[in-house]
Design a protein around this ligand. Structure first.
Ligand SMILES: [Zn+2]
Length: 75
């Protein structure tokens, strides 16, 4: 398990264009329901690939975001 966690500490490059990916936190209008949601997004503006949103309610979701992104990469 420890090794798996280590592997999931890094975001893999975008599966579509190979650019770096980063975790972003959405900001927007006050009414915006997606406020505070986080997702992994490709840093290439021409690509714009992004993972599904995760709402960090109680815990740090960084690992979950990375895990999901990396799984998509391998799919
Ligand atoms: Zn990309």
């Amino acid at each position: 398990m420890d090794h798996l966690i280590d592997d999931n500490d890094r975001l893999k490059p975008c599966p579509f264009c190979g650019a770096e990916a980063e975790i972003i936190t959405l900001e927007g209008e006050t009414d915006e329901p997606s406020i505070g949601a986080q997702c992994v997004q490709c840093t290439s503006s021409a690509c714009g690939a992004a993972s599904g949103l995760i709402y960090p309610l109680m815990d740090d979701v960084t690992h979950l975001l990375i895990e999901r992104w990396n799984k998509r990469h391998n799919a």
